[in-house]
Design a protein around this ligand. Structure first.
Ligand code: PLP
Length: 396
């Protein structure tokens, strides 16, 4: 009965599901406080108080037909205008309401953009390690994900290998900075070099290649590191943003897409993306949350708390002898696995530690730890990591 495409996805999904269930099983056995679950990117810090206030203000203060009704597929015009104005102020761009489409988080935005751009067999490039769902999203839109192998020196995109990966069938390149799973932020010169490569390939092949900038972690950057705005480097860029992490609202499913006027065939692309929103069944982004987000454009989750977690976990793991990338952004720590990553994940589980194998991100030999957990979880996990390290490296 089931479609072959969905059967393949469901079979693959069961491994992730099993890990999720395993965490619940361990918690039932040993108590939630004795299980150190670093597997999921689910923010453990609450949404800013301003979000709750905005929800109540919108419910009390706005016309309920407006708050709960259908609107244009792109979202409320005033909300889109407010998002555009806020971007212009922060990044010196010149967007208007008609460059913004409100989306069902970054996942909804990415699916809308891929649905808009891809013909069957079109190729979409991602740099390993990459967010595992890209493969599903691209396959779901009948495209083919082409993975550029990892640059394990510094985990920045390997632009020489990008040149080799682009073909006449390349429709898009996904960039994700701050990056899940490495925490690396792409500097201006890296983005400029990627833009150069793609401009040259567009000219050589007579094609149009879109950068899809996947930015759910844009606001989570530490030590004053700058996260450059990609549309300023490459005109054919579409941005997918989300408030899932920046406002700790992953379950509310709210974000937006930026389609700049400089995008090739902007008008028809924008129109088609609005239709894709409808065809995919979202119809529009959640109405209440659109209005709440517009009132919270200057708000952020507690980035300082993530920063403290980042430093404590990094230092704690290094003291145990593990080698990690010091994250500049997002809330993930990327650690070199001292043994094959699948083995390490199993060994960690024996100490009630849950981490995700690098192979899930197209980069075996590493593991990812999501440090969007309570500081207490990190503190109590460190003795368990020490025992795990002794097992991996032998007594020191
Ligand atoms: N892109 C990346 C890199 C992510 O890590 C995530 C979620 O973890 C998403 C997209 C999807 O985010 P959202 O909850 O906004 O759909």
């Amino acid at each position: 009965m089931i479609s072959e495409k969905m059967l393949a996805l469901a079979r693959k999904n069961s491994a992730i599901r099993a890990m999720f269930e395993e965490g619940a099983g361990l918690a039932a056995l040993y108590g939630r406080e004795n299980v150190f679950d670093f597997s999921l990117g689910n923010p453990n810090f609450p949404a800013p108080k301003a979000v709750r206030r905005a929800i109540l203000d919108v419910l009390d203060g706005e016309d309920s037909l407006l708050v709960h009704g259908y609107m244009s597929n792109a979202g409320y015009a005033d909300v889109r205008g407010a998002v555009a104005a806020s971007l212009n102020e922060r990044f010196g761009t010149a967007f208007g309401a008609d460059n913004i489409i409100m989306s069902v988080g970054a996942a909804g935005g990415l699916n809308v953009v891929l649905k808009t751009l891809l013909n069957p067999g079109d190729e979409v490039i991602a740099f390993a390690p990459y967010f595992v769902e890209y493969g599903n999203y691209v396959a779901g839109c009948d495209g083919r994900l082409v993975v550029v192998p990892p640059n394990t020196e510094d985990f920045l995109p390997d632009t020489r290998r990008l040149e080799e990966a682009v073909t006449p069938a390349t429709k898009a390149v996904i960039l994700n900075s701050p990056n899940n799973p490495t925490g690396v932020v792409y500097a201006a010169e890296t983005i400029a070099r990627i833009a150069e490569v793609l401009e040259a390939k567009q000219r050589a092949y007579g094609t149009n290649i879109c950068i899809i900038s996947d930015e759910p972690y844009r606001e989570l950057a530490y030590d004053g590191v700058v996260v450059p705005y990609v549309t300023k480097f490459y005109p054919n860029t579409i941005v997918c943003y989300s408030w899932s992490k920046s406002l700790s609202l992953p379950g509310e499913r709210i974000g937006y897409i930026v389609v700049p006027s400089a995008v090739h065939e902007y008008e028809i692309v924008y129109e088609a993306a609005c239709i894709a929103t409808r065809v995919l069944g979202f119809v529009n982004a959640p109405s209440l949350m659109q209005r709440v987000a517009a009132r919270c454009l200057g708000e952020r989750a507690d980035v300082g708390a993530y920063d403290r977690n980042r430093k404590r976990l990094y230092e704690g793991l290094r003291a145990c002898g593990f080698s990690c990338v010091f994250p500049q952004g997002a809330f993930y720590l990327w650690m070199k696995s001292p043994v094959p990553d699948a083995e390490f994940v199993e060994a960690a589980k024996r100490h009630n530690i849950l981490v995700v194998p690098g192979a899930s991100f197209g980069c075996p030999g590493y593991v990812r730890l999501a440090y969007c957990v309570s500081p207490d979880t990190i503190e109590r996990s460190l003795p368990a990591f020490e025992k795990l390290a002794a097992e991996c490296f032998g007594p020191r």
